[in-house]
Design a binder for this molecule. Sequence first.
Ligand SMILES: [Zn+2]
Length: 598
Amino acid sequence: MIKITTPPVATRDVRAHPAADVRRFSCLSAPASLLLPPSLLPLSFPGLNMRKLLAILVISCWATSAHAQKADLVVTNARIVTLDPASTIAQALAVREGRIVAVGGNDAMDGLIGPATRRVDAGGRTIIPGLIDSHIHAVRAGLTYATEVNWIGAKTIPEAMERLRQAAKARPASWIIVAGGWSELQFAEKRRPTLTEVMSAVPDNPAYIQLFYSAVLMTPKAQQTLGISSDHLPAGITAERAAAGEATGWFNGSIVSISALFDRLPRPTFDDNVAGTRQFFTELNRLGITGIVDPGGFSIYTSHYAALQKLWREKSLSVRVAYSLFAQNVGAEFEEYKNLTPFLPMGFGDDMLRFNGIGERITGAMYNNNAPDAAAKDKFLEIVRWAAKQGLTVTIHWQEDKSVHQLLDLYEEVNKETPIAPLRWSIAHLDNTSPETLARMKALGIGWTMQDAMYLGGDRIVAQAGEAARTMPPIVTALRAGVHVGAGTDAHRVASYNPFVALQWMLDGKTVGGRSTRGPDETPSREDALRLYTVGSAWFCFDETRRGTLETGKLADFAILDRDFMSVPVEQIGATASVLTVVGGKAVYAADAFAGTK
Ligand SMILES: [Zn+2]
């Protein structure tokens, strides 16, 4: 399927289409000054007559034009997975003013290299389009990234405990918070840490350790500070007890009660929010991510977007963000949307930060509810009908195929009045979606954001779903059905944000514990998996013609990888990192070997 293309591609790209717009700007406007009335022309300078003046103007105009046509950045000696329609593998690319101006062979870049051009020799490494996570709670993750500990990638309990110890050393007496993104199956011990282990790692700090949205370990110091005890539990929270009856330090609850519990934790300061957002986005850049589609989330209110906005104002965002509005006021969701959206028209923003509609929770009553009553459906319909009229994109969290008809019935009703296909509505999750559902989604033009929930949670899901897990999620069936699919993670509380872990899982169907779940029938090719994580995801923020592939005219978002994604053994894909990540032509992350580029 992959076609190797050498120099001719660049001929098509650049030589055949000289930078006409630049020439028009710099040359045609300069001679216009010659149309000035003769009386205003400086004819009397000693040694300068009109003929000479004209010659100087024309030469300087050519010089400006030639200079303007040089690239700002040229990368050569690469294996560029362009993901263009012909699956071209190119050798070099050139960037000017944030966009790709040429893709092709090394030789084709010669004419584009001027004295000011930065040059990068990729040393034969693979370049991919910047990855885009189509469903990641990254804005929220950024708020606390500087003040939380994460266990992503920790392979043993002692390694996890060491991360707690290091955090306590860095910030003595502060809260130690692990906000999810891990599973006991990632540890060689195949169990959760105990209270004793946590206490011996961080004896002097209050510690709060969350496992998905189902359980939390709180040390006595943490319980005391939050005013919680076994006989004084928050609503929806139960204390776990060992066989002998003593409390284990673990507490159980639902997504709602655990989110409320999390909200009791001390909030990081605004400076922490800013530092955390910056660090988290750099961490995403390290993993080749250049864009995200963010669905808000529990415990993130409009005021929490201030850190993101500050970085945007300062032009220091290193990831392109398309964000939606997640309803926070259960029972008053419609009012919330009507209050906030007059200042947030669909698509408002720029290439770095853009408003992308509403969701993933539209109403509390239709969230994780497989049997909504008539009132819940009426309320929901009222909102989505309004959203369609406003031209808003709607993304929704839905888990179960068995109940998704409740949702699709309503969408079909809206679609009769206002066609929703142009608005690119989407459903997130729905791992067990059926061909019938996919056909209905296709007919409505609804896209599917698919995440690697099965990677951390697959063992539990196999226990419930049995054989059905072999087709979860049905990636190939969805592509065959012609549904728009975006890849992603749903990080960071329920999943790792690492896109290469997700890509490996897309290709091997194995859980963190090594169990094979999804079968070969639902395993995409490497190239298709990469397409879902780039141009596939870009569709969900209306950007698939602007980024997600490496072609002339596209935004210059790409990553040079430390290994060849297309050929390394599948089990090595999860450990991939970027050595140089570029967003809009600017290096936002550079490993040591490329440090001079940043
Ligand atoms: Zn969700």
